[in-house]
Design a protein around this ligand. Structure first.
Ligand SMILES: [Zn+2]
Ligand SMILES: [Zn+2]
Length: 356
């Protein structure tokens, strides 16, 4: 086993502490990665603070990882020492179920292995994420980072980016389609950039009019203020697809009336408790779809990275050091980040010799 330094939380009320964690000795299919940057996702906070069921401690969050290969197992041909690579929300899946065979590892019938907070079948305990200096990952779950993408601003593509890219592709966003993004945060701002690059007409739906200027800067064609009954009424039956990134408990039904016949609203945020049921009458009368989606498969994640390189799309980020992580989390809770914090993992202190 090798050791890494990590930012770790020992229970749901604790603050971060720098700890030494163990990474497995690389097997034939493994890639050893020195981590350079890790995006800070709201899921990290929900998990570490026990806001979702099933949190395991100690918790080392982080699933928007970019780094460099420092060692490869004997069966690894696709990756070379020195190459820049990424790891997103999953590090394993069964590989044999219908979902896995279809390249939809995120929907593995046997449950995919999360980059953190999942059982670790190799060394026992549970998996530790990217708020650390290195990680060992099966090559099937390692992504290539195209040369033109910067490591820091591309890190959030591995969760926030693919979470929006996958439903945009699945529901065929493109020229002639009017696509709305609800919520302009870490997820939403990626949705605006991606939908615009796919050729759709992009509408940002936000409760704060102050975000309009940023929405246009990011690529929105129109902004709709959801707290204005007048604007909402005028926008009835004007949209083909709504990607709703809001994770708070909220009235998603209010957005269904904005959909044209055959329109779909896709829920992407995970609320702390279940939402109210759908207004079936409105859905029946307009053949509407209410759906939900999470991240994307590995092949689709690579496709997303290549698409982002082609269209020069990265996340808008603010880089933080290890000592700023608590402040960053508080600011994230307040919505005070434009639009993603990215942790410079080289600032995680301790004995430098421990970094693989
Ligand atoms: Zn995430
Ligand atoms: Zn599977």
């Amino acid at each position: 086993m090798t050791k890494a330094r990590a930012l770790s939380i020992k229970d749901k009320n604790a603050f971060f502490a720098t700890e030494v964690i163990e990474r497995r000795k690389p097997r034939a299919d493994d890639v050893v990665i020195d981590i350079d940057y890790c995006g800070v996702c709201h899921s990290d906070l929900h998990c570490a603070r026990g806001e979702w069921p099933g949190s395991l401690y100690p918790c080392v969050p982080g699933h928007e990882i970019i780094g460099r290969v420092v060692e490869t197992g004997t069966d690894v041909a696709r990756f070379k020492v020195g190459q820049r690579v990424g790891v997103g929300c999953m590090v394993d899946s069964c590989g044999v179920c219908d979902s896995c065979l279809a390249g939809l590892e995120q929907y593995c019938y046997n449950g995919n292995t999360g980059t953190y907070n999942s059982p670790d079948v190799h060394i026992g305990g549970h998996t530790f994420g990217g708020y650390s200096t290195s990680v060992v990952v099966d090559q099937r779950f390692v992504l290539s980072i195209p040369d033109t993408l910067p490591s820091d601003a591309a890190a959030p593509l591995l969760c926030a980016g693919i979470t929006l890219f996958s439903p945009l592709k699945h529901w065929r966003a493109g020229p002639g389609k009017r696509v709305a993004i609800v919520g302009l945060g870490g997820l939403g701002h990626m949705g605006v950039k991606l939908a615009r690059a796919m050729g759709a007409t992009v509408v940002v739906i936000t409760s704060s009019p102050a975000k309009a200027e940023d929405a246009f800067r990011l690529g929105a064609h129109e902004v709709l203020v959801s707290t204005s009954p007048d604007e909402m009424a005028k926008a009835a039956r004007t949209l083909d697809l709504i990607l709703n990134t809001v994770s708070a408990v909220h009235d998603y039904n209010a957005f269904m009336r904005l959909l044209r016949i055959d329109g779909a609203q896709v829920l992407l945020g995970i609320p702390p408790s279940e939402l109210a049921g759908p207004h079936v009458m409105r859905m029946v009368a307009n053949r509407l779809t209410l759906a939900a989606s999470t991240i994307g498969g590995i092949a689709e994640t690579q496709e997303m990275l290549d698409f982002c390189a082609q269209h020069a799309i990265v996340s808008d980020i603010e880089i933080i050091g290890a000592s700023q992580i608590e402040t960053a989390w508080e600011r994230m809770v307040q919505g005070d980040v434009r639009y993603r914090f990215v942790l410079d993992t080289k600032t995680i202190g301790g004995e430098p010799s421990l970094s693989s």
